[in-house]
Design a protein around this ligand. Structure first.
Ligand SMILES: [Zn+2]
Length: 266
């Protein structure tokens, strides 16, 4: 029986009454869905990698009651299943013996990005010569930022993804902490990003994809200044940035205006 759920960064944990804990990592294409009816043939029966029986079925709370009724277990149903699907297998499930062993594993993760404060972020980045985007993606530095939201946060904070993490001015780190919280919080509210066939637990696609300002937009105009967004690879991850808003050579001493003209702040 499931007694509690927990989350840190991008990992969520399902704690069972037996004491065991399963950590679900959605990766890019994984999903957890509550299902009260047998799957129809075809795509619904494929990629059902793990399922837990849940009895009796209880509708989970939702922020969007308008579509909830459609997903509620039908009258008379005697069981429901929590189903983990991962068509491309970037995610996975890891079993832990107890909450204690999970806490040990999670102690290696950095602070949670959803609540990161500037002084804590500055502390995590201090002394690092890595590109700031690499630091953001490193879950032991900060837990919860993936590729999309790293690009979006850095653009909103006007920081070049290749800038050395430890060389950021305090003001830049302050902007970054604010933008990471704002952009992740906004994405969580809207149900995440829809990459191909992502669905939330109630079968709804996320819609944060509609508000990406840089991710997936290399070659298109920056929505802030109109310059053409550039794409590059960082640690084999697609990285998109604006060469004006996020100017690597001058970002520490200058800041771009809305028109793209750089003004010294010294
Ligand atoms: Zn720009």
């Amino acid at each position: 029986m499931i007694v509690a759920t927990h989350r840190k960064g991008k990992q969520m944990a399902i704690e069972l009454s037996s004491g065991r804990v399963f950590v679900v990592q959605l990766g890019m294409t994984g999903s957890l869905a509550l299902e009260s009816e047998p799957p129809r043939r075809g795509i619904e029966t494929r990629h059902r990698h793990v399922r837990w029986d849940i009895e009796p079925p209880q509708p989970l709370p939702t922020a969007r009651p308008a579509t909830e009724s459609r997903r509620r277990p039908s009258r008379g149903a005697t069981s429901a299943q929590l189903v983990f699907r991962d068509p491309r297998r970037f995610g996975g499930i890891v079993a832990y013996r107890s909450m204690e062993t999970l806490r040990d594993a999670w102690s290696l993760l950095g602070p949670d990005a959803l609540t990161i404060e500037a002084p804590v972020l500055a502390d995590r980045l201090r002394g690092s010569t890595r590109p700031v985007k690499a630091a953001l993606l490193d879950q032991s530095t900060l837990a919860g930022v993936g590729n999309i939201y790293a690009d979006e946060s850095l653009h909103a904070a006007r920081i070049h993804p290749l800038a050395a993490a430890g060389a950021l001015e305090p003001a830049a780190v302050g902007r970054l902490a604010i933008e990471v919280r704002r952009i992740l919080g906004h994405a969580v509210e809207r149900g995440g990003s829809t990459l191909r066939d992502y669905r939330d637990a109630f079968g709804r696609p996320g819609d944060a994809v509609q508000v990406h300002r840089v991710y997936g937009r290399a070659g298109q105009p920056c929505l802030t200044c109109g310059a053409t967004l550039l794409g590059t690879l960082l640690q084999a991850r697609a990285t998109v940035f604006c060469p004006i808003c996020q100017d690597l050579s001058t970002f520490q001493n200058h800041k771009p205006t809305r028109s793209g003209r750089r003004v010294s702040t010294r």
